[in-house]
Design a protein around this ligand. Sequence first.
Ligand code: A2P
Length: 280
Amino acid sequence: MDIKTNYLDLADGNRMPQEGFGLYKVDGQETMNASIKSAYDAGYRLFDTAQLYGNEQEVGTAFKELEIPRDQIFVTTKVAENNQGYDQAIASVKESLKKLQMDHVDLLLVHWPIERAFFETWRAFEDMKKAGLTHSIGVSNYQMIHLQYLATKAREMPVVDQIELHPLLTQKPLLKFNQDQQIVTQAWSPLGRGAVLGEEVLKRIADVHHKSPAQVILRWHLQNGVSFIPKSVHAARIQQNAAIYDFTLTDDEMAQIDALNKYQRTGREPELTYEYDKQY
Ligand code: A2P
């Protein structure tokens, strides 16, 4: 198995690469092209952007300029809070597709749960899937309570929930809930934005396997069965983050990493920010 061939099945019948490339804070056409080229060459096939990142145009241009065939990649974007609502969500996704220079995305996510237009936005997602604007629909930053509330009216449930997830925030109850509901959990900030890389435990495990702490964390995600989307703008790190398919963490090592959990977030707590304009 390697990054290129490693896919997860989604509940709607589609497939998604387990490891992807995060594009948050990858800015400027030159950096974008270089990062996407490094990632594609290293075998990444999932590329994760968002309306909020403000780089969809650059992402689309990079694929065009690098002549990467559309059918070789899996593209995710996310609808921003100010575009929630039935008509607004659809109009904003049409705008995103124009910028991305493609006729559909593979996965469309609601970027954040907010009370205003909670159900209307999801209804728009269901209809956009039917209309072919996206192959799969999902959510981001939804905690259990948001998913349970969504289930009271949804015609179909999200197949992916992208959440902040790393060794300092292991989210075990939500992972279990998502698994039981056939929702694939996807980790954003899988490396905790670097905050966790200096942990002694990780260094020790990394030395045993002749790997880096970042690779150990990504391998932990892989063995947890979740999807994950590390970001880097450095070619060597991009390659390093894809080179995690040739070693295995023991159960004991997995448990040692689990024990790092401190409920420590780099982002806001979604259950406390369930209203418009409080996310960042
Ligand atoms: P950079 O882009 O300068 O390489 P996360 O994905 O958790 O948000 O973390 C991304 C952060 O971790 C970025 O600041 C990125 O920096 C850094 N990073 C990514 N891969 C590695 C790696 N293999 N080793 C060290 N730092 C990394």
